[in-house]
Design a protein around this ligand. Structure first.
Ligand SMILES: Nc1ncnc2c1ncn2[C@@H]1O[C@H](COP(=O)(O)OP(=O)(O)O)[C@@H](O)[C@H]1O
Ligand SMILES: [Mg+2]
Length: 225
């Protein structure tokens, strides 16, 4: 799952432009993430945090540079699919859950995609819902939940396949301050309990400071703070 050096994420001299090279976003970015590390990508809006997470998660490909994530190469299509299906968990700013479906139905999706046995999926989703305090909400539709409950559901969905790496893109960005703190603390606690590495994009200093390590994203580059 990790590369020969034991790193979960390794990026070397990664470049990314959009609009046929007219917009340059990442200009020679390198980073390493060890198992169990909670790392903040901290930077202003538009600095390239989401772009970098997309490259790590195989949602987009770099112009050039080396990438290794969970021992796979997100530049290669088959590896990208495997990463997204079984190795990674994603949490986005907006939950990206299916609003008409219930919490249970949403949480079944990753298990189905990974081809896991149904009984295992049902046990896992109950256990996770209990951990995040949503057991009483399993039969409710996403559209009837509060913002915080939706993000807690999104965290459960990201953890369904027991990933060793979680990519979180401003997971508290659409929540009020108190709910944001609750969701952030929950994410961090779960990651630390199960030794899941997290790369978390945020523009908020207080969340960056609560991570194990801060990488500042600025002018296309990363710098350790
Ligand atoms: N698909 C795209 N096409 C063109 N420009 C993009 C695209 N995605 C992002 N950008 C631009 O790249 C820059 C970085 O965006 P992004 O990675 O979303 O930053 P952040 O997540 O830090 O706010 C921004 O200037 C944004 O407008
Ligand atoms: Mg972003």
């Amino acid at each position: 799952m990790s590369d020969v050096s034991g790193r979960l994420v390794s990026a070397r001299d990664v470049w990314k432009t959009y609009d046929r090279g007219r917009i340059s976003v990442l200009e020679g970015v390198s980073l390493d993430v060890a198992p169990g590390e909670v790392v903040a990508l901290w930077g202003a809006s538009g600095s390239g945090k989401s772009t970098l997470l997309h490259l790590l998660g195989g949602l987009d490909v770099p112009d050039r540079g080396e990438l290794s994530v969970c021992g796979l190469d997100p530049r290669v299509e088959t590896d990208r699919l495997a990463l997204r299906r079984s190795h990674l968990g994603f949490v986005f700013q907006l939950h990206n859950l299916i609003p008409d479906l219930t919490v249970t139905e949403n949480l079944r999706v990753p298990g189905l995609a990974a081809g896991r046995p149904t009984a295992e999926t049902e046990a896992r989703l109950r256990e996770l819902a209990e951990t995040v305090g949503l057991a009483h909400r399993l039969g409710h539709r996403i559209q009837d939940l509060s913002g915080g409950e939706r993000q807690r559901t999104a965290i459960c969905r990201a953890l369904m396949n027991r990933p060793r790496l979680l990519l979180a893109d401003e997971p508290t960005g659409s929540l009020d301050e108190k709910t944001g703190d609750t969701v952030f603390n929950l994410l961090k606690q779960l990651a630390e309990r199960d030794r899941i590495a997290v790369v978390l994009a945020t523009h908020e200093r207080r969340f960056a400071e609560a991570c194990h390590r801060i990488l500042r994203v600025r002018e296309g580059r990363l710098a350790e703070v």
